[in-house]
Design a protein around this ligand. Structure first.
Ligand code: GSH
Length: 207
């Protein structure tokens, strides 16, 4: 399989880390959304990463759809999202919080780093920061000091997505969301980043 995109994208990174956790090898096509738009559109008409090209040649797009397929390959026993019921809903809610914060973080990067200074709306940027902060705070609230993972005392997609989001914010918006504000989330990321699946997909590797 070929994973398209850079680990600096939280969406690419969560797919990459999940593939490593599942022991699914992949090659990489390290394309940047800033400089490689045309090549990305060849695999995803909407021009976004990640895309995953399967061995059959079929291409999957959007991290949620890709993870859906990977979970199927991993099988219900190993999948990072419970198969059904209240546990599944709880994990998916946490994943949605993490990805909501990531999406707002990406919008904040575009607003503050991709536009001419005079076109930046400080009001809009502040609103985005508030949304990211609220998402992070909701995740932080789920992490009791004695809880190593976000849900059910085991590694789930909630943790993978939360770590991908936290590390993305630290990489692209350094200093905006402080570890002192979200100490349990920061500790979760620090712990996870020592595991091969996270260390080998860290955003700094593609910086
Ligand atoms: N919902 C999508 C979001 C993907 C996304 O927004 N990726 C960003 C990179 S972090 C991108 O490709 N941006 C380029 C663009 O939107 O033009 C997913 O989960 O895969």
């Amino acid at each position: 399989m070929i994973l398209v995109g850079r680990y600096r994208s939280p969406f690419v990174r969560r797919v990459a880390a999940t593939m490593k956790i599942y022991g699914l090898p992949y090659e990489r096509r390290v394309l940047s959304t800033v400089t490689d738009g045309a090549r990305i559109r060849e695999v995803n008409p909407v021009g976004r990463v990640p895309a995953l090209i399967l061995d059959s040649g079929e291409t999957l797009i959007d991290s949620a759809m890709i993870l859906d397929h990977l979970n199927e390959i991993a099988g219900a026993e190993r999948a990072l999202v419970p198969a059904a019921g209240a546990e599944r809903r709880a994990v998916l809610r946490l994943v949605a919080l993490a990805m909501g914060a990531a999406e707002k973080g990406v919008a904040l990067v575009y607003e503050t780093q991709r536009r001419a200074e005079q076109l930046i709306s400080r009001e809009w940027a502040d609103g985005l920061k508030t949304q990211v902060r609220a998402g992070l705070a909701a995740l932080e609230a789920e992490l009791a000091p004695d809880k190593s993972w976000l849900a059910f005392g085991r590694l789930t997609q909630a943790d993978v997505s939360a770590v991908a989001t936290w590390d993305f914010l630290g990489d692209m918006l350094a200093g905006t969301f402080a570890a002192s504000e979200f100490p349990k989330l920061a500790a979760l990321a620090e712990r996870a980043d020592r595991m091969p699946a996270f260390a080998e997909t860290h955003p700094k590797l593609d910086a």
